[in-house]
Structure formats: C-alpha cells, structure tokens
Design a binder for this molecule. Sequence first.
Ligand SMILES: [Fe+2]
Length: 236
Amino acid sequence: MPSHDHKAVDLVFKVLKWYKPDVIVNIGDLADGTGTSRWADGTTEEVFAQAQAESQEVKDYWARVRKAAPNARLIWTEGNHDLRPFDYVDKKAPALKELITPESLWSLSEYGVEYLSYDMPPQVAMGDLYVHHGVAVSKHAGDSVRSDVENWGVSVIRGHSHRMGTFAKTWEMRDETLWGYEIGHLMDESKATYSQVHNWQKGFAIGLEEDGKHHIDLIKINSDYTCYVGGKKFAV
Ligand SMILES: [Fe+2]
C-alpha cells in the first residue's frame, strides 16, 4: 500500500471469507514506505501526509482482515519496504528509534497481528514449511525461492519477487524433498514507475497442514479478476 490493486485485494478477501483460514500471513511489503525511501520526494508536509495516509491504509487493511477472520492468527512477515521507516529513523534520528515502531505506526496489537522482523530467519509456517518475505531475487519465476531454499536448507514460502512459481529438489536416498513457493503479488503495475518491465504474476497462496506436512496451492489471479480454488470460481 498505497500501490496495491484494489480489485485483486477484494478477490483475496472473497476467497478468505469462503476458506475461513486459521492462520493468515501477509508475506510483507504491505507498506510501501514511499515517504521514507531513498527516492522520497516532496516537501516535509507532503512526505508526512504520504506517510500518514499509508499508515492509515495499512491499519484499515488489518481491521478488514480481523473483521473477515475474527479468530484467525494474523502474521506479517516484514518486507524490505515495510522496514523503510525504521531504517530512516535509524539513520536520521536515532534518538527517536523507540518511538517509531511497527506498533506506533500500525497499531498492530489492536488487530492482534504478530510482526516478524526481516532480520529473523524463516519461521515455521505450517508443518515442514517455513515463511519469510524472501531474500534472493532472480528475474525468472521460481528461481528466487530456489536460492532461498538452497541457502536455508528448508522448504520456504515467500514473496518479494512479485513472481509466482514453485521449486522442488529431491534427495531420493534421504527420502526428502524440499519445496519452495513464490506467491506472486497484489500490486497495481501501473503504479510501479521504478521499472518498465513487469514480468510479474498476480496471485496468492492457500494451504493446509496435516501430519506435520504442508500442502500449498498457488492461486493465480487472472486479468479479468477471477481465480479458481479447488475448481471453484471466484470473481469480483
Ligand atoms: Fe520485498
């Protein structure tokens, strides 16, 4: 936010209300941090207004999630955009560091959101699957998560690349397969003025855990804002 695709987000909420998940993870880069990025532009008043509007949009988003899923566990894995305000204060006003926090910006305790720092290693998401915003970036879908899986040595689900893809590697002698999932993005590409080529895929993921094993479905959002979950069609 604020460069999200409103219709794509509406579609995710439609699926969310139907699927009724126990756990909802926002994979990060939820808050763009435009006003505190190194490309920030404008007067102090303009940048402040931008930051304030963004903060409100993020709060409204979590309020909407909480309303749609009153009892779900909510997790936000911090992305490199989300941490921009904290980096900014770190560099320019370290004395105020304790004042500018995820809680002070986004009132996360009000919505019961757990915030996982980008600096943390991946955390267990479901069974044998770990979640993180993602570190490596490749221009090929599925290739970014390949690097993260190989570096961390566990199955990983992540965002960051804006691409959607799956990676798997099997060691037959060990009877082991590691999986990697890149889950796409929910951005309005027309607002991505920083790049001209958007080899990106819009979408999200759903999953479940059984007997300590994870099962993930990547759900692609079509250009007419439809998607299919287990053969059921959703549209906005
Ligand atoms: Fe990112």
